[in-house]
Design a protein around this ligand. Structure first.
Ligand code: ADP
Length: 642
C-alpha cells in the first residue's frame, strides 16, 4: 500500500513517541508530531492529517475529549487511541467515542503499523462511501430542487395567467416530466353526457385527445370520480384502462371541487414497465391541487366578468347619471346619462381625475364640500337652464359614487307654483282686507239679531283664517325667493321672553306647566330678528296647540360650539312615525292633528326655510301619543343668504 497519507502523532515527548515515530517512518508514512495542545490544534488545522494517533493525555487535556472534539469537526477521520495501560473500560470508552483503533504497551512495531494500516484502509473505504453518498444525495437534491422549481413556476403561472387551457396544459406537462412518465391527461366529467373528456393532455395525438370520451360508469378514471380515491399501479403485463388501451403503470388522482370529484389528473406508461413511487403520487396530488385552483380561479374570473358586465349594463341603462370614483377621485365608471349631462362625448374617461373631466363649478363645490356632510344633496346648475340634483355617497374600500338626477322639470314647476302663489296671495289680500273691513262695519250700521251675529262671526273667523294663510304664503314666498336678507345682531333670549309673554294667557288657559331654561350670557347671533321670532313663535305655539290641558312644555336656549341650540319639548299628542318625515312640507298636517285645531300646515315649512337661510338645522324627535321635541341649531356667525 502506498503510504501517501499523513499521520498526526499527538503525544508528549517520550520513549513511546520515539518508538512510534520510528516504526511509522520506517513503514513509509509521513508524520507530524504535536507535543502540546496548541501544537495539536495547529497541526490539525494546517495539515488536515489522514489519521490521528493520540495519547491518553496531552498536557492537561484528556486525549479522549480531544478525539471527540476532532470527530465533531472531521467525522470520517480515523483515530487510534494510545493508552498507557490496558483497561477494558478505556477500550469501551474509546469505541463509544467513535475511535477506530486502540493500542497499548507493550508496543511492537508490527502491531503499530498494522493498526495504522487498518485505520488507513478504513479511512479510504469511508472516503469512498462518503463520496458515493454525497453524489447520490446531490443527485436526489437536484431532482427535488428541479421539482420545486417546476412547482413554483407552475404556481406563479396559475396566479398570473387567466388562460386556463395553457395553465392546465402546463400542469399535465409538469406531471409527465416530474413522474418521468410517457403521457398525461386531465379528464373532466361532462355533466350532460356523464362522460369524461380530455381537458388537457401531454404526448397524445391531437385528434385522439379531441375525440377522447370515456364513460364514467365503466372506466378506471370513472372509478376515481366515484370513489374520490387515488389509483396507482404497476403490472407485469399491461392493464386495460379503456377498451384497447393498455398501460403498464399508472397514477390517477381525483380533482375535487368543494367536496365533489369532477375530474382526474393522470399519468401512465404504455411502453415501459416503469413503476411509480410514493413520492410520484405525492407530486401528482400537489399538481391536482394546482389544477383545481386554476379551474376555480378561471370560474371566479368568468363569474366576476359576468357580474361586472351585468352591473355595467344596468348602470348604463339607468335613468339617473352615475359616476363611480376611486379614493383618488379618478373615474372608475361613468354612465352615458352622466356623460351626456356634462357634455363629455363618448370617449373613455376611465382613470381620469374627475375634476379634470368635469369642470362645472357646482360639481366642483360638491366634491370639495363633501367632507362636512357626505350624504348632502347638491344642486348642479348649467348655463342652458338645466338643473340636476346630485348626491355623493362614500363607498368604503372603493371611493364614492355620485348620482345625478335631472330636476329641471321640477324646478320649473316649483317656479310656476311660486309665481302662482305669489300672484294669488297678492290678488287675495285686497279683497280680503275689504271683506274683513266691511264685516267689522256691519255691526256699526245697524243692530244684528243673534243668528246674524253668529253668521257674521263665522264669516269673520273664516276670513281671518284665509288672511293667515295668505300671510303665511307671502312670508314663505319672500323667504324662498331670497328677498329676506336683513341681518342684525339678534339676542335670542329677548325674542324668546317676548314670545312667552305674548303666549302666557294661552298657557294659563290650558293649565300648562311651562318650564324655561335659558343659559346665562348667550352670545348674540347674526340674523333676521323678525324671522327668528317666527321660528320661536311657531314652535312654541305648536307645542301649546298640540298639548292637551295640564300638559308640560319645556323650552330651552343654550350655546354649544359656536351654535345656539333652541329646543321645545312637550307632552302633547306626538306625531305618528309615518308623518314625521313630512311635517316640514308645505300644507302637511299629521294624521292625528285634531280637526278642531286651526292650522294651515305652513308653519313648520316657514320655520325650516328660515332656519336653513341661517345655515342652521332643525329636526323633530317624537313619540306618538307621548310628546314631541323640536330642536333648532343655529350657528352664531352666519350671514343669511343673499
Ligand atoms: P299647523 O298649522 O297645522 O300647525 P305646522 O306646519 O306648524 O302646521 O305643523 C305641521 C303639522 O305638524 C301639524 O299639523 C301637526 O300635525 C304636526 N305638529 C307640529 N308641531 C307639533 C307638536 N308640537 N306636537 C304634535 N304635532 C305637531
Amino acid at each position: 500500500m502506498a503510504n501517501k497519507d499523513l499521520v498526526l502523532l499527538a503525544m508528549e515527548g517520550s520513549v513511546t513517541l520515539d518508538l512510534l515515530e520510528r516504526a511509522l517512518r520506517s513503514a513509509g508514512y509521513d508524520l507530524v508530531t504535536a507535543k502540546t495542545v496548541v501544537g495539536f490544534e495547529k497541526a490539525l488545522n494546517d495539515t488536515i492529517p489522514t489519521i490521528l494517533l493520540i495519547a491518553e493525555d496531552l498536557e492537561d487535556k484528556n486525549g479522549l475529549d480531544l478525539s471527540r472534539a476532532t470527530l465533531e469537526r472531521f467525522p470520517t477521520m480515523p483515530i487510534i487511541f494510545y493508552a498507557s495501560t490496558h483497561d477494558p473500560a478505556k477500550v469501551l470508552d474509546a469505541m463509544r467515542a467513535g475511535l477506530s483503533d486502540y493500542i497499548f504497551p507493550p508496543l511492537k512495531i508490527d502491531a503499530i503499523v498494522r493498526a495504522v494500516q487498518h485505520s488507513q484502509k478504513h479511512s479510504h473505504q469511508m472516503g469512498d462511501w462518503v463520496r458515493r453518498e454525497v453524489k447520490r444525495t446531490t443527485a436526489s437534491l437536484e431532482t427535488r430542487v428541479n421539482e420545486m422549481d417546476t412547482l413554483v413556476k407552475l404556481s406563479h403561472s396559475i396566479n398570473a395567467s387567466l388562460d386556463l387551457d395553457s395553465v392546465l396544459t402546463s400542469v399535465v406537462t409538469a406531471a409527465v416530466e416530474l413522474t418521468g412518465s410517457e403521457e398525461g391527461s386531465l379528464l373532466m366529467v361532462d355533466e350532460t353526457t356523464h362522460e369524461l373528456y380530455m381537458r388537457a393532455g401531454k404526448n397524445y395525438e391531437e385528434g385522439y385527445a379531441r375525440t377522447f370520451r370515456l364513460p364514467v360508469s365503466d372506466s378506471m378514471a370513472g372509478q376515481v370520480i366515484e370513489t374520490g380515491e387515488l389509483i396507482s399501479f404497476c403490472k407485469d403485463s399491461p392493464d386495460k384502462i379503456k377498451t384497447s388501451y393498455l398501460v403498464y403503470s399508472l397514477i390517477y388522482v381525483p380533482l375535487s371541487f368543494n367536496g365533489k370529484v369532477t375530474g382526474v389528473l393522470g399519468v401512465d406508461n404504455r411502453m415501459a414497465k416503469r413503476p411509480f413511487t410514493n413520492h410520484h403520487e405525492l407530486l401528482m396530488k400537489v399538481l391536482a391541487d394546482f389544477a383545481v385552483i386554476a379551474i376555480q380561479n378561471a370560474q371566479l374570473y368568468t363569474e366576476s366578468q359576468h357580474e361586472r358586465a351585468k352591473l355595467q349594463t344596468t348602470i348604463a341603462n339607468l335613468q339617473d347619471g352615475v359616476i363611480l370614483l376611486d379614493n383618488e377621485k379618478r373615474i372608475l365608471l361613468i354612465n352615458p346619462v352622466a356623460k351626456k349631462a356634462f357634455g363629455l362625448g363618448l370617449k373613455d374617461l376611465t382613470n381620469m381625475p374627475v375634476l379634470e373631466a368635469i369642470t362645472n363649478n357646482d360639481f366642483k363645490s360638491l366634491l370639495t364640500s363633501i367632507t362636512d356632510n357626505p350624504l348632502k344633496l347638491h344642486e348642479i346648475a348649467f348655463e342652458d337652464g338645466r338643473v340636476f340634483s346630485a348626491q355623493y355617497s362614500p363607498i368604503p374600500n372603493v371611493g364614492a359614487v355620485i348620482t345625478i338626477e335631472d330636476i329641471s322639470h321640477f324646478k320649473m314647476l316649483d317656479r310656476l307654483k311660486s309665481d302662482f302663489i305669489h300672484t294669488i296671495s297678492h290678488d287675495l289680500r285686497s279683497p280680503l282686507t275689504s271683506i274683513i273691513g266691511y264685516i267689522d262695519l256691519l255691526e256699526r250700521v245697524g243692530t244684528l239679531n243673534q243668528q246674524q251675529k253668529d253668521f257674521v262671526g263665522h264669516v269673520q273667523s273664516s276670513a281671518r283664517h284665509i288672511t293667515e294663510l295668505v300671510n303665511d304664503l307671502l312670508i314663505l314666498d319672500r323667504i324662498e325667493t331670497g328677498f329676506d336678507t336683513r341681518k342684525e345682531d339678534v339676542v335670542m333670549e329677548t325674542i324668546l321672553r317676548f314670545t312667552l309673554e305674548n303666549l302666557a294667557q294661552q298657557v294659563k288657559d290650558k293649565h300648562l306647566d311651562l318650564q324655561v331654561n335659558i343659559e346665562p350670557g348667550l352670545p348674540v347671533l347674526r340674523g333676521s330678528s323678525m324671522r327668528l321670532r317666527q321660528v320661536i313663535d311657531n314652535l312654541v305655539v305648536n307645542a301649546i296647540k298640540y298639548t292637551p290641558e295640564n300638559g308640560k312644555i319645556r323650552v330651552s336656549l343654550h350655546c354649544k360650539s359656536d351654535q345656539i341650540i333652541f329646543d321645545v319639548v312637550d307632552t302633547g299628542i306626538g306625531i305618528p312615525p309615518a308623518d314625521q318625515p313630512h311635517i316640514f312640507e308645505k300644507f302637511y298636517r299629521a294624521e292625528n292633528a285634531p280637526a278642531d285645531t286651526p292650522g294651515t300646515g305652513l308653519g313648520l315649512s316657514i320655520v325650516k326655510s328660515i332656519v336653513e337661510n341661517h345655515h342652521g338645522l332643525i329636526w323633530v324627535e317624537s313619540v306618538y301619543g307621548r310628546g314631541s321635541k323640536f330642536v333648532v341649531v343655529l350657528p352664531i356667525n352666519n350671514e343669511p343668504d343673499k
